[in-house]
Ligand binder design. Structure first.
Ligand code: HEC
Ligand code: HEC
Ligand code: HEC
Length: 123
């Protein structure tokens, strides 16, 4: 009996470890993307785009390829365009999703840049 319990719990452990690995690898496929064509150069931390968060809310077709080309770094995005309602600004306009006023929500990448230093952008 003891042996059976040990075998069963061992296989449960193996199966759960395996599914953890599988889960993590599928998640990583379209995981968070860093957008940093201009941000750091312009004195802002890189943008972390939570792909998964958006994928579970919208069909791929909503964004690809009408709004975004499906290749990391291949979209020419800047704040002027976002504020005018292009790219992220198609939704982050205060109607579909919050307006692009909260810099740190998007510019959340690891960086030595501190956002208040970059507020000059808002002048
Ligand atoms: C809310 C918009 C949005 C939705 C919905 C979305 N994506 Fe994306 N996707 C993006 C953005 C933004 C990028 C990054 C583009 C860039 O870096 O210029 C991207 C990049 C990609 C990439 C390139 C990744 C790489 O490493 O080069 C693939 C592949 C992709 N998306 C597939 C999908 C698939 C499949 C779906 C649906 C299951 C989906 N996307 C849904 C916005 C979206
Ligand atoms: C198709 C619409 C759409 C587009 C395009 C879009 N978003 Fe979003 N985004 C949303 C919605 C909806 C939410 C959820 C808003 C809420 O919770 O109030 C959201 C939330 C977020 C969040 C917060 C995630 C969290 O964990 O709470 C970040 C960060 C974000 N978006 C960044 C971006 C960036 C960067 C882009 C452009 C590269 C972008 N989004 C483009 C619709 C969009
Ligand atoms: C909805 C997400 C989002 C929010 C909110 C946001 N940004 Fe951005 N920002 C982006 C994206 C995406 C880029 C392009 C990233 C890249 O490739 O460098 C960008 C690029 C930039 C750039 C470099 C390009 C340019 O336009 O000069 C600056 C500076 C910038 N953001 C400042 C800000 C400031 C300041 C705020 C707050 C008032 C802010 N951003 C809020 C998504 C956002």
């Amino acid at each position: 009996m003891k042996k059976v319990i040990i075998v069963v719990s061992f296989s449960v452990l193996v199966v759960s470890l395996f599914s953890l690995v599988k889960l993590r690898s599928t998640h990583a496929e379209y995981a968070d993307l860093t957008l940093n064509r201009y941000a750091e150069q312009a004195g802002m931390p890189p943008v972390i785009f939570p792909h998964w968060f958006h994928r579970i809310r919208f069909k791929c077709k909503v964004c690809h390829e009408d709004i975004f080309i499906m290749r990391q770094g291949s979209n020419d995005i800047n704040m002027g365009k976002i504020i005018q309602g292009e790219y992220c600004g198609k939704c982050h306009n205060g109607r579909i999703a919050w307006a692009p006023l909260y810099c740190d929500r998007c510019h959340s990448g690891a960086s030595t840049i501190v956002i208040p230093q970059a507020r000059g952008f808002l002048k």
